[in-house]
Write a protein that binds this ligand. Structure first.
Ligand code: FE
Length: 440
């Protein structure tokens, strides 16, 4: 689109963002300016030096910063919506054996990967919110590179990980230690450049699938190629017990990554879930500046409990939101936001409230959830997730016309309604780093 080629322009509309965790700003009928892919800020009138730039008028539509999905398994998209009804206390093994591993094994076939990843990227592009993501692929290097190519071609900024699994794996997904490290290094070399803003991220699936030798090898690669790390941490009590058996004598599960410098000590780390951190782990992730990817849909689907997100944020731990496809089933981060709010209410009911009819309410607000989805997760990518000056210009335009009733409502109410009632038609346009990547 010629209009956006210079990446310097203004969008006009109802501009919404959350400079801090507790406050939302609504700027009605104002301008947000993008200069060379970065935000200049929000203005009531166009400043003198920007009088001549193109203005795209989205009056009466909402303009929000792009949202970041900080934990999503692209190869699990095919079986989304399945496995949600497994019996309570069913073993994780069942979900892995019935759905996850058989599906992931299909990505050895590039023809299948081409179809399935094509669908994933297309749907990610059209979904209302996501502009950035931290993505798990599979163990397969060629299919992982194919996914990266598709994301880059669509204009996404993302981290993508080729998985490491050299123990406790099945369905052809088990690699030898030598193989997994060799393929990982080859993948790092091949994707160092040429994939736009799509970058590799080391991805030991989790401690149970990675031997000590594998972790040692990843420690070397992380340092050599200066790449960040993503994995799972303390999602379920059974998983934590398993790690205790595999790595006895540690103060916490997180130490099983930290001892190999894979928990933020050398390179940034994003860890999914952290539902049950013990005291040592809580302090460790705080000290290491780990970004916790909170995945409320899978917290509830897997019945592992709800991560203590409010407490984490107040204690200075970084938090973003993840869909955890296909432990979750919806790619839309607006849905993840409302799930996070609802999950935090249930957590409050069963912890702080604990039957007290007059207990002080303490759960996530819309501002809190919106902050986590934008600026919280965005911090992993740099200055991302806000329209404050110098932030990278990721924006999504949302149209609530179809949701309106016959009462004129304040923008705060209208925005709230979008979160809970959005439809496929809600998204009007999407910009990543100042480039328009999607228009309805
Ligand atoms: Fe996951």
């Amino acid at each position: 689109m010629e209009f956006f080629k210079n990446r310097t322009f203004a969008l006009k509309g109802i501009i919404v963002h959350t400079p801090d965790f507790d406050h939302m700003e609504y700027h009605e009928n104002e301008y947000v300016i993008c200069k060379d892919g970065r935000s200049v800020g929000i203005f009531h009138e166009l400043p003198e030096e920007y009088q001549e730039i193109p203005v795209l008028d989205f009056s009466d539509k909402f303009i929000i910063p792009g949202m970041c999905d900080m934990h999503v398994h692209a190869p699990q998209y095919g079986f989304r919506g399945l496995g949600m009804l497994l019996d309570c206390n069913s073993e994780w093994e069942t979900w892995f054996d019935r759905y996850s591993f058989p599906e992931e094994s299909r990505y050895a076939d590039l023809e299948y990967a081409d179809k399935a990843y094509g669908r994933f990227v297309d749907d990610l592009l059209k979904t209302t919110t996501t502009t950035r993501a931290s993505i798990f692929a599979t163990i397969h290097r060629p299919a992982t590179e194919l996914l990266m190519r598709k994301l880059a071609d669509a204009g996404f900024s993302a981290y993508v990980g080729k998985l490491n699994m050299d123990r406790n794996s099945r369905f052809g997904l088990q690699e030898t230690t030598e193989e997994t490290l060799k393929e990982t290094e080859r993948w790092l070399k091949e994707t160092e450049t040429g994939y736009g803003q799509v970058k590799p991220i080391l991805t030991p699936r989790y401690t149970p699938t990675c031997t000590d030798a594998c972790m040692e090898g990843l420690q070397v690669l992380s340092e050599k190629y200066q790449v960040p790390v993503q994995s799972h941490l303390s999602e379920g009590l059974d998983e934590i017990e398993w790690v205790k058996q595999l790595k006895p004598g540690l103060s916490c599960y997180g130490e099983a990554y930290d001892m190999y410098d894979l928990l933020g000590s050398r390179q940034p780390a994003v860890m999914a879930h952290v539902v049950h951190p013990n005291e040592a782990e809580y302090e460790l992730i705080k000290h290491r500046n780990v970004l916790v990817a909170h995945c409320p849909q899978s917290n509830t689907n897997a019945a592992n409990g709800v991560a203590p997100i409010l407490q984490m944020v107040h204690d200075g731990i970084r938090v973003g939101l993840g869909t955890d496809m296909a432990g979750g089933y919806n790619l839309n981060l607006l849905r993840t936001m409302t799930d996070a709010i609802q999950a935090s209410k249930l957590r409050w009911c069963f912890t702080e409230r604990n039957g007290d009819p007059f207990a002080k309410k303490n759960f996530l607000t819309v501002a809190n959830a919106f902050y986590l989805a934008t600026k919280g997760g965005g911090s992993f990518f740099g200055k991302v997730g806000s329209f404050e000056p110098d932030y990278e210009f990721d924006a999504v335009v949302l149209d609530d016309a179809a949701l309106a009733d016959f009462v004129e409502r304040p923008v705060q109410d209208r925005f709230q309604r979008i979160l809970w009632l959005y439809t496929a038609d809600t998204v009007t346009a999407k910009f990543i780093q100042g480039t328009c990547v999607y228009q309805a």
